[in-house]
Write a protein that binds this ligand. Sequence first.
Ligand code: GLY
Length: 393
Amino acid sequence: MISTEDKKWVDGALSQIAVKMETVAERNAGKIPYTTDENGRFDDRSSDKDICWWTNGFWGGEMWQLYKLTGKELFRNEAIGTENKMDRAFMNYNGMDHDAGFRWLPTSVVRYKMEHNEESKNRGLLAAASLAGRFNLNGNFIRAWNDWGDDRDTTGWAIIDCMMNLPLLYWASNELKDPRFKAIAVAHADTAMKSFIREDGSVRHIVGFDPESGAFLRDYAGQGYAEGSSWTRGQSWALYGFVLSYKYTGEKRYLETAMKVADYVLSELDSKFPEYLVPVDYRQPADPYYEDSTASAITASGLIELAGLLGGLEEAGEENVYKEKADIYQAAAIKLLKTLHEKRCDYTTDKDNIVEKCTAAYHDARHEFAINYGDYYYIEALMKLSGDALEIF
Ligand code: GLY
């Protein structure tokens, strides 16, 4: 599936990452980073105040990736340290939101799959039970967040990002041989398909449902530019998330939804952003123009997953179409990653992060900085291409 030349490039990039990250992990031992300061040094989200931060699992996940890549105990120790610290999050009901998947899949579930550690399995199952408990039966959706103490009532809010948390539920059902978790994931995925994916394949970020009747009330711009716009990371969560729901259920409607979103994303990139430097929103104005490299890395990883599944499909009559699509998706993923590699990656040890120009939200005060899941998905995508992916899904 990957040319010799591309394989050489992927392995070269992974070697550069392994060398850099050994120094970075050593000098940041014991931290759970999210971003960097003005000197390019990682912050630490492991205090009681920050231990529930939704990105905390990515650092542990990155350490497992690097352990798989290098076999160095330093990375394994940091991964386990992060996982242990995150236990404090279970004691904070309000901090347990729908991002249980983002937090405990790359840490506890990965460790359980690699090492059969019973404590890790227990953590994964507790996280899955917490996520399942957020399901609203009236509207068949998983509630995203708890209220933030301001005037916003988020009881009926669901967000597209949640598609990436559903694999925790599929995993728990498989592990326990209990269909309840999977049933909730499927119900949420069907609601997301109906209420978040627009006709043209673009995706809403937040949908507000009536929590009593379950009726669709309205959508919100969320982290994108405006209502009706197309937040690029939201498109990438949808693309990747529907691929994963297909992977766990075999339901073709999820595969078709993932392809619809992927086709929309590629048509936006090809027509408006041919360099494959991804903006924060496919419908943002020319000014101010902000980039988001996380969207680029996540899209690439989702496209590789999609291409892999399509390439393996052997349905009579459809095989050729799928194979053709698989090649297109894989080529686009490689282009996204090469662009990041050439223009948006720092492989020196001057800075702690690798991927640059990441943006959390279009209207935030800060743009184009280091964000830990930019690095996590960049490494994940490269490891998939090298044929040595960490088993997470
Ligand atoms: N899941 C939140 C974000 O993508 O920023």
